[in-house]
Design a binder for this molecule. Structure first.
Ligand code: GTP
Ligand code: MG
Length: 443
């Protein structure tokens, strides 16, 4: 991923992202950008090059060789705070950009051009020889002319395989809650990853299972609608510690009948290592070669260590098609904040309650007072039975306090402000079968 520091503009980030994909860079990189005026540029030229001139752009490359950008490959240029290899600095002269704009178009376009020009210098491009100049010019035009593209990806698979973890890992934000319990995800959640001119829209779905009540039916419908053709690409997630079942094979066979390219992710490789993948590959083999529609790629991953997540991301970026973005570039989910807050509280309840109340907890946000300081949030934690209420509250209210304070920390990170979270435990018998309660809690 391409990071920027200094005078960061959204368009610079977009252009850097396009260059990153175009040049097929690997690992995290960063450039520091300064947007300065004539006077500052003259000073900088005097100081660093002994020239008394206000030029339009200056680049200071830090690395000379391009290989995978890891801390190991670049021990001197790796910045742990950014988790990126610092490629160098660029200074852009805004006065020069405005002067040149009269000749080349708008000032905005000229600033972007200067950014791309400077960035390519930092990446080793040059225009001393005519041949190099042509190559650099072509790269500049390709980057500046790239159009926005997107793809919709349905993530499916058995409960607990790591679908939500995978979506969160690629999006880089927690859009979908994760727990060691199967059927953590109850609804279809959209996670959005935008980098450069590519936008990947994930539909994270509940794991497949047989419905027992109205909530289950709702979850089942969410899966079916993602499978029903509104996705451009399907990613089937398997858990390498569980192997591959007949249900998984059936799902793969079904999906291969459709037009959407199919990827298989074999997750949790940190737990078992690659040897556990071979039996899975052996079973998948018939679906990986042949004349008809086949699995496009099988990618072993670990959401825990981050292994190969970038490979999957790069593959999905290649699936993006013309037609612009589906969501604004700075959004990472289509879910309202209220829903995510409820989900965070539910995640903590699932986490701390172990198996005492299997899936019996629902969360309804009663109010969010953004005018108060800290922001005051009130929520109901809904359980099925009176006996469950006591378990959720715990001795001396220890359990509900634990759920509350852990949820509060995550919510504060999400909202980027201090939060006062008040939780009430309520008994609503058979709530999973009551449409009105399901509606209240956002399903
Ligand atoms: N060790 C390890 N654990 C993982 C990995 N990916 C996910 N997990 C864990 O597996 C459990 C299930 O992960 P989820 O992302 O909630 O799985 P899911 O497929 O979305 O599950 P449902 O929503 O219930 O269908 C959680 O405890 C995760 O922390 C991984 O790569 N390695
Ligand atoms: Mg999930």
């Amino acid at each position: 991923m391409f990071k920027l520091t200094g005078d960061v503009r959204p368009e610079f980030l977009r252009l850097a992202g396009i260059a990153y994909d175009m040049l097929e860079l690997k690992g995290n990189v960063s450039i520091d950008v300064a947007v300065i005026d004539d006077e500052e540029m003259r000073e900088l030229n005097n100081l660093t090059r002994g020239i008394d001139k206000a030029t339009d752009v200056l680049s200071y490359p830090a690395v000379t060789e391009i290989k995978e950008f890891t801390a190991k490959n670049y021990p001197d240029d790796y910045d742990p705070l950014q988790d990126a290899v610092v490629l160098g600095d660029i200074a852009i002269n805004i006065d020069a950009a405005n002067r040149q704009a009269e000749e080349y178009g708008t000032g905005e376009r000229e600033i972007n051009y200067l950014f791309v020009h400077g960035m390519l210098h930092v990446l080793g491009y040059d225009h001393i020889e005519d041949a190099d100049k042509k190559v650099m010019r072509e790269a500049e035009e390709k980057i500046l002319g790239a159009k926005d593209e997107s793809v919709v990806v349905a993530v499916v698979g058995r409960p607990n395989a790591g679908k939500s973890s995978l979506v969160n890992a690629i999006v880089g934000e927690k859009v979908s809650i994760v727990s060691p319990k199967p059927q953590t995800t109850r609804d279809r959640i959209t996670g959005i990853c935008t980098e450069g001119n590519k936008q990947i829209v994930f539909l994270d779905t509940p794991g497949m299972f047989k419905p027992r009540n109205k909530l289950d039916e709702h979850m089942d419908k969410s899966v079916k609608s993602s499978l029903g053709g509104d996705a451009d690409v399907i990613v089937v997630v398997l858990d390498c510690t569980k192997g591959i079942t007949d249900d998984d094979i059936k799902l793969i066979e079904e999906r291969l009948k459709c037009r959407a390219p199919l990827y298989v992710v074999v997750n949790k490789t940190d737990l078992r290592g690659y040897e556990s993948i071979y039996p899975i590959l052996a079973k998948l083999n018939p679906y990986m070669t042949g004349d008809g529609r086949v699995i496009k790629d099988v990618i072993p991953t670990s959401c825990r260590s981050g292994k190969n997540i970038d490979i999957l991301k790069a593959a999905l970026k290649k699936e993006c098609k013309d037609g612009g973005f589906l969501f604004p570039a700075d959004e990472y989910t289509d879910r309202p904040v209220k829903f995510i807050i409820g989900e965070i509280i539910r995640e903590k309840a699932l986490l701390f309650l172990q198996d005492e109340i299997p899936h019996g907890v629902g969360v309804a946000i009663v109010s969010i007072d953004e005018d108060s300081e800290p922001v005051h949030i009130t929520a109901d934690v809904i359980v099925d039975k009176q006996s469950h209420k006591q378990i959720v509250i715990g001795d001396d209210a220890a359990m509900i306090k634990k759920i509350g304070s852990s949820a509060r920390r995550d919510i504060e990170r999400l909202l980027d402000c201090k939060v006062f979270l008040e939780l009430f435990v309520k008994v609503r018998q058979g709530w999973r079968d009551k449409p009105s309660i399901l509606h209240d809690i956002g399903y």
